[in-house]
Design a protein around this ligand. Structure first.
Ligand SMILES: *[C@@H]1O[C@H](CO)[C@@H](O)[C@H](O)[C@H]1NC(C)=O
Ligand SMILES: *[C@@H]1O[C@H](CO)[C@@H](O)[C@H](O)[C@H]1NC(C)=O
Ligand SMILES: *[C@@H]1O[C@H](CO)[C@@H](O)[C@H](O)[C@H]1NC(C)=O
Length: 822
């Protein structure tokens, strides 16, 4: 996790152990029913990474059975069997007892520790794996009866899971040693805790001592530096059946890492780089602010400040003397009562409460959670007097608080924006500015609304009323409240945008979007933007423009490109986006030079990101949205090459009970189009899944589906992919740039999922949700794909630029002829 701090591990549990390989020799990794090892014998995992045997800790003669790393000079015990009952002499024995349990026996052959499997079998064996897991198996069936990974000591190894099952209450936690030399269970525990959202906690004597903050699907909010080193090494998985687990596995194998809960209650990342000695590379307690609830209720801790604690704005110390004496336990209280409380107790009316925004925060404990969108989140909180704060994070959703705000922390990087409810008068200082902005926005919106109204009227006259028709087939904007959208959209003037883009200079042109050119620009405040300008001459784009405006202003997700504002003045209509320095995915994967930059980990990250963005559109955003034009050139990449889906010009918003829709106007890009959409104009989530499948195969192969040629029979990537799959030659499909043996299995899985996504029949394709689970191996067994017949032939040759194709009216051109011709 992030920060690297170098410190020698003076207190590491260094072993006093004499190694010997007596009866069993060093190669043995298994104990079977009639075998045993006796102090000081050991067994070694097959690849030599871990040893299991007897050890003493520093300054002690007690003997314990444990597992430790072997490849780093200072060995480090990661698991202890008899931690609470040491052997007093060096005559202990580890064996399998008659009842089939793994046991430790003392010199009198009394059992002092047992694996305690109730329904044990007669013929088990115990094997130490290279992962450090000690596994007891039933020999005949191979079924696992017991494993040390389910009963950790103080260390979490790669692939090991911290688990909580909120239904059965079962959990797998770490328990600290009592002291660096005493492995018995100490005061601290670390594990997952679930209160609406899963988080990692450390408890001291049962009280919270540290918390990670909620997981945003990439990192824990309370550990803002977590992602920087090991992109995607961590995961917190929700199996949707009540079980959550946290696990990690870094792809860089030159670094050994594990997590240990120290006897002082620090969760520490301990790493050895290239076989060098262990170092603490991260610790849960980086500053005093990391101690749970350091600043009391409504306090906020900032390790950069002195004193570290302050009250949230609008709050004051409860007991001022104590606070000034740096005793922060009593925390802070509200300075001015909330208006909603005054009203509900029959007091005076007055100005409504508002929210103060506090940036870059670790969110307080005890969040309520819902999946609603950001606007709704704010609204619901404002309307409910018991809601005292909210925060919105795209990887999590809407969090709100109705009890004291405890354990907030202010970061200098990362964190989320926390909105704290305060009385109107507390907004005062910033109030004036706010009023001015509001007025400007309202006037601006009014202006735009009027412009659009006239534009639409004009267009309506010309084209028979497309823009404001209220239940028209192509017209999704109508189901939304357009004025509201416009009101919320920040307004930029034409002048500003012209100066930002150097008068739409050709040199600033980034490319051609769905309905006009896109320019790069820089606002006066230095923010880089991308400006999408509706071509003045084309009357056609207005509809798409409005559509995009409505759709995207409702959406917020880190895998969707973000709309910053819009501009409608006279003939000019523009949308302003965040600028993506790395342009679109197609400029990477199909470029022989830039291809090299996208190694497999990055590509997988991109695939996952697109999947998550799509999942958000289909399911999590509350609106159900079909993108309809997912393709490589619509996937933009930010500076860290994270993908963002863009171009919502064709997107359709679905009503809750609609399952699919028909359109007479097929629009999109052929090589990404599902058969039912291209031929019959039917689309649903599953047509996006088809496009996702094409993208997957393109990303893995580095080749375009369009403009693909193999031989006379195979003129599309999909056809080729199927052929290679069917003839067990899948390696031929993989881009040589990423074809490392280590990732082979994952890459093949991606191709498999890609083929499932491009099945001819929509019902044979997985949903995005299922596709993601398949990709992440949460679903292990994948169905066998059938041959995609439709897509095996190239339906419509396209130019390199893959321009968007439309067929107005009924679908009756080349496409159909060719398909039926087969
Ligand atoms: C793996 O980690 C080592 C040590 O931190 C670093 O030197 C190396 O570049 C890393 N390799 C990759 C592929 O990231
Ligand atoms: C801080 O204040 C609390 C509550 O008033 C009190 O119980 C505690 O003893 C104080 N702590 C110290 C270190 O003075
Ligand atoms: C207001 O919020 C509280 C706490 O979250 C919740 O229990 C209550 O049902 C909400 N009331 C309304 C009217 O939504």
């Amino acid at each position: 996790m992030g920060l690297v701090r170098t410190r020698n591990l003076s207190y590491l549990q260094v072993l006093l152990i004499s190694l010997s390989c007596l009866e069993f020799g060093c190669a043995i990794d298994t104990i079977t029913a009639h075998q045993f090892i006796k102090d000081p014998e050991i067994i070694i995992s097959n690849g030599g990474d871990f040893k299991l045997g007897f050890f003493s800790s520093t300054n002690s003669t007690y003997r314990y059975v444990g597992i430790w790393y072997t490849k780093v000079s200072a060995s480090h015990v990661v698991w202890v069997a008899n931690r609470n009952r040491p052997l007093k002499t060096s005559s202990g024995i580890l064996t399998i007892s008659e009842d089939g349990n793994l046991v430790v026996l003392d010199e009198e052959k009394k059992i002092i520790w047992s694996s305690n499997v109730p329904n044990s079998v007669s013929n088990p064996s115990v094997q130490l794996l290279d992962s450090g897991n000690l596994v007891m198996k039933e020999n005949n069936t191979g079924s696992i009866l017991w494993e040390s990974f389910q009963y950790p000591s103080d260390s979490l190894l790669p692939k090991m899971k911290m688990i909580i099952d909120i239904i059965t209450g079962k959990n797998v936690q770490l328990a600290s040693w009592k002291s660096p030399s005493d492995p018995s269970v100490g005061a601290f525990f670390a594990g997952i805790y679930f209160f609406n959202l899963p988080e990692i906690f450390i408890w001291k004597d049962g009280q919270p001592h540290w918390r990670s903050g909620p997981w945003n699907s990439r990192l824990f909010i309370g550990i803002p530096t977590m992602y920087s080193l090991y992109l995607d090494g961590f995961s917190l998985v929700d199996d949707k059946e009540g079980t959550f687990y946290f696990t990690f596995d870094f792809s860089n194998k030159s670094m050994l890492s594990h997590y240990t809960l120290s006897s002082e209650g620090n969760l520490e990342e301990i790493s050895s780089i290239n076989g060098k000695d262990w170092e603490v590379t991260w610790s849960s307690l980086m500053s005093e602010c990391d101690i749970y609830g350091k600043c009391g209720a409504f306090g906020s801790c900032n390790s950069q400040n002195s004193p570290i604690c302050s009250c949230l704005e609008g709050f004051e110390p409860k007991i001022i003397e104590e606070w000034n004496g740096r005793n922060w336990t009593s925390g802070c209280v509200r300075r001015t009562p909330l208006q909603c409380k005054r009203v509900s107790t029959g007091g005076e009316e007055g100005q409504k409460d508002g929210f103060l925004k506090v940036k870059m925060m670790k969110t307080p404990d005890f969040a309520n959670w819902s999946s609603i969108i950001e606007d709704e989140c704010r609204y619901q909180c404002l309307e409910n007097c018991s809601c005292i704060a909210y925060a919105y994070e795209s990887g999590i959703g809407c969090m709100s608080w109705s009890s004291d705000l405890i354990d907030s922390q202010k970061f200098s990087t990362g964190g989320v924006d926390l909105y704290v409810r305060v009385a109107y008068s507390e907004l005062d200082k910033k109030g004036e500015v706010k009023v001015i902005i509001t007025v400007t926005v309202v006037l601006g919106s009014l202006f735009i609304a009027i412009c659009i109204f006239f534009l639409c009227r004009r267009k309506a006259k010309r084209k028979g009323g497309i823009c404001l028709k209220s239940h028209g087939e192509e017209n999704l904007a109508v189901s939304m409240n357009k004025d509201k959208v416009l009101e919320e959209l920040p307004i930029l003037s034409l002048e500003e945008l012209a100066s930002a883009t150097n008068n739409f200079d050709q040199s600033n042109k980034l490319g051609q979007g769905g309905f006009g050119p896109v320019y790069r620009g820089k606002l006066l405040d230095g923010q880089e933007i991308a400006v999408k300008r509706l071509a003045r001459t084309s009357g056609q784009g207005l509809e798409e423009f409005m559509n995009e405006l409505v759709v995207i202003s409702k959406l917020q997700h880190r895998n969707l490109v973000r709309l910053l504002g819009g501009c409608v003045e006279g003939e000019e209509k523009m949308l302003v986006y965040e600028y993506m320095p790395n342009k679109s995915l197609d400029t990477f994967i199909f470029d022989p030079v830039k291809q090299e930059l996208l190694k497999w980990r990055k590509r997988f990250n991109i695939i996952e990101g697109i999947g998550r963005g799509l999942l958000y559109l289909h399911r999590d955003s509350r609106l159900r949205i079909i993108h309809r034009d997912l393709k490589a050139s619509n996937i933009l990449l930010d500076e860290e090459l994270n993908p963002k889906i863009s171009d919502f010009g064709l997107a359709r918003i679905f009503g809750g009970d609609e399952d699919q829709a028909n359109t007479k106007r097929v629009a999109g890009t052929y090589s990404y189009m599902s058969p039912e959409y291209a031929m019959e104009g039917r689309f649903s989530e599953k047509s996006d899944v088809f496009s996702f499948g094409v993208l997957l195969l393109e990303i893995v192969s580095g080749r375009r589906n369009a403009s693909f040629y193999y031989d006379e029979q195979i003129t599309s990537l999909l056809g080729f992919a199927w052929k290679m799959w069917d003839t067990d030659n899948i390696v031929a499909l993989i881009d040589p740039v990423i074809s490392e043996p280590y990732f082979q299995e994952e890459i093949q899985r991606c191709i498999h999922v890609g083929l499932l996504c491009v099945q001819d029949l929509a019902k044979d394709r997985p949903s995005v949700h299922v596709a993601i689970s398949m990709l992440k191996s949460e679903i292990i067994e994948l169905p066998r794909p059938k041959q995609p017949v439709f897509s095996a032939i190239q339906v419509a040759p396209e130019t390199e630029s893959s321009t968007r194709i439309r067929i107005e009216g009924s679908v009756n051109n080349v496409t159909i002829t060719m398909v039926h011709g087969r």
